[in-house]
Design a protein around this ligand. Sequence first.
Ligand SMILES: [Zn+2]
Length: 185
Amino acid sequence: MTASRGSKPLRKRRRYKARFFIIMFGLLIAAGYGLFSAFSTLPDTRTYEDPYARIDSLDELDEKTREAALLFLDIAEDEGLDVTIAETYRTQERQDQLYAKGRTSPGSIVTWTNDSRHTRRNAFDIAKNSPGHEYDDPEFFRKCAEIAKRIGLTAGYYWESNQDMPHFETDIFTRIRYPEGYEKP
Ligand SMILES: [Zn+2]
């Protein structure tokens, strides 16, 4: 009698404890899902006449990346760097086609991933505006990467494995910084 009376509250406490963890676990899942849907890009509904075409319009980027690209171009121009935008948004079709290059289709490898930020409107590639010499000036890309770093934009130039000199991107943690003398339009 004494033993059973003593063990009952203990069992009850355990049940409460279990319920507490189930509720906490549920809340965690709900919070995770909320964050995921808040930050993940909604499915792209835009369609393109030629999904394999190269797109270089800044208007095809998401708002933050576009803003960063405009600031980047502004500073680059002021520092005498003749930058041109080579590519912005990439359809998944084009990304897959590029990824196949050097792997399952002829040519040499041009991309390291088929899950690129270009397909999420978060990346753009530049080139030196010098026909025939777009990519043969490492110093040009180093200076551009420095500008990117200053304004909070991620530069593929600094990637230790698979350096991607012409590539710039943003993510959910990117906060664009305006240096002195530059203002958000
Ligand atoms: Zn790129």
